[in-house]
Design a protein around this ligand. Structure first.
Ligand code: TRP
Length: 330
């Protein structure tokens, strides 16, 4: 294997099928990185339990769907390691140790947790495990002594806290952990079909695995510039969700589309048909690959099992360094 530039860890919570927001916000980035870095892609099943503990039985099915999407878009288990958090026990060990050295105010001020609590209407029903979410995430990252963590903007506070925890450990004991940096995806945020942020809970997602007819239907219902009621009306591409998609999935045509939208020469119906076509071009090969892996569930399980085993090796090595640094070798 050629010399790699460093170690990358990133992860997702397995909540089922992924959508186009995941593709452009994360997966496209991961795919590019797998050739040049040693990549660990984490299925964060324990993180699901922080809010979804009552639905734990859904996790295996959701892992399968998510990993099918990973494979379908071109993440490659020959080059990167796919691992399940709960299959690498060292995540639990390091989580516990890092919890011991993390001051409570760091946990309490975490903005992401505050947002999650607000979004989910959790009110007073917050559990201990949810408060520990960022510590577990820090353990995920530090366990592989990762240099870079490709994530979306919403995760930056977590990475910042990971750096602080790493620094604290290194200062208290000895330098075991590099301070990992967030690698932000530069793509503009993809709106959902209703113009709000694309999110599973809002029901405004286009899934990576949606079939062509389904995609066409969803695109037909997308919101456009409300001032453009009929063809001939001048439109404003900068406020239109469909145009935001063209900019990402149909780059070659964007100039022309923007111009014809502004003059009114292009109507929304035709513009949406163009988009559906462009999405088809992107999604067809992905659907085909997904179909192949769907026929081989055992192969998918094997990929996760092999990846988790390989990850365990590095995780075990890190824990040895951690114990030595702490002087806890028996
Ligand atoms: N918190 C991430 C999310 O909600 C998932 C995650 C868990 C993660 N562990 C991680 C991301 C480690 C990056 C690195 O999307």
């Amino acid at each position: 294997m050629a010399q790699r530039k460093g170690i990358i860890l990133s992860g997702m919570r397995p909540t089922g099928k992924l959508h186009l927001g995941h593709l452009v916000g994360a997966l496209d980035n991961w795919i590019k990185l797998q050739d040049t870095y040693d990549c660990y892609f984490l299925v964060a099943d324990y993180h699901v339990l922080t809010t979804g503990f009552e639905k734990s039985a859904e996790i295996p099915g959701n892992i399968h769907e998510m990993v099918l999407d990973w494979l379908a878009v071109g993440l490659d288990p020959e080059r990167a390691k796919f691992l399940i958090q709960s299959r690498v026990i060292q995540h639990c060990e390091l989580n516990l140790i890092l919890g011991m050295i993390t001051p409570m105010p760091w946990v309490e001020r975490n903005p992401t947790i505050k947002d999650m609590i607000a979004d989910m209407g959790l009110g007073g029903k917050i559990h201990y495990g949810l408060m520990g979410y960022p510590i577990l995430q820090a353990a995920d990252i530090l366990l592989y002594r990762a240099d870079l963590v490709p994530v979306g903007e919403d995760q930056v506070a977590h990475i910042e806290m990971t750096r602080e925890i790493a620094r604290r450990f290194n200062h208290l004991y000895s330098s075991v952990f590099p301070e990992p940096r967030a690698k932000l995806t530069r793509v503009s945020r993809l709106p959902g079909t209703d113009g709000r942020k694309m999110s599973k809970s809002l029901g405004n997602s286009i899934h990576i695995s949606d079939d062509d007819e389904n995609v066409r239907q969803k695109v037909r219902r997308m919101v456009t510039d409300p001032q453009k009621v009929r063809r001939g009306d001048p439109g404003r591409p900068e406020v239109c969700s469909v145009y935001a998609y063209h900019q990402i999935f149909n780059k070659e045509e964007t100039g022309e589309i923007a111009e014809n939208c502004r003059t009114g020469a292009l109507g929304c119906v035709d513009c949406k048909a163009k988009l559906a076509g462009a999405l088809g071009k992107v999604l067809d090969p992905i659907r085909e690959r997904r179909g192949e892996f769907e026929k081989n569930p055992d192969q998918v399980r094997q990929i996760l099992s092999d990846g988790s085993a390989a990850a365990s090796k590095r995780a075990g090595e890190t824990m040895r360094l951690v114990r030595e640094a702490m002087g806890m070798v028996y």
